[in-house]
Design a protein around this ligand. Sequence first.
Ligand code: IMP
Length: 187
Amino acid sequence: MAAIKELYFCTGNRHKFNEVAEFFNGKLKVIQADIDVDEPRGESFEEIAKSCAKQAYKKLKKPVFVEDAGLAIPSLGGFPGTYSAWVFKKLGNDGILKLLEGKTGARLAAEFVSCIGFCDGKAIKTFNGICKGIIAPNCRGNAGFGYDPIFQPAGHNETFAELGSGKLAISHRSIAVGALQKYLRDY
Ligand code: IMP
């Protein structure tokens, strides 16, 4: 990693921050910036990430990245998608399980989406990561956060919450942050 030695990650979510810091493993110093930005509603992950990165840079005046993430269930039209945070607060994991009651096979397919928005005052770049899997029949595991107990990544019998630090090797977030890391190598 060349020019950039440290980078601000604008997030209020400590779990996200820890996962990203663990990913970089000291190769890049990631500093949490818990500053308020207005998340636009009803847009794509990419539009939200771009808008938040731009706002974060305006406040911080230093290279910064943000992440917009969420769970998408194709059999529910991509729900909760960009509304994942609101839905998690209102319905929680049990609510999602209820919506899928009686559904089997492909109708349980789900994916976690991560979009990183990076802004250095000159350009805004986005980096995407998707992790495909299924919604498990019930909550399992104690690690992680949010929807981790109900998401079972493809090729695994455990949920993200059961995989613990094993989540890092395959997650949507790791894929998106990996793309950011690659971009910063030639920065
Ligand atoms: P946001 O990116 O902070 O807006 O997150 C949207 C919602 O998705 C929140 O409720 C998070 O808890 C949830 N979420 C985002 N990433 C993950 C993840 O890696 N595991 C579990 N839930 C997540």
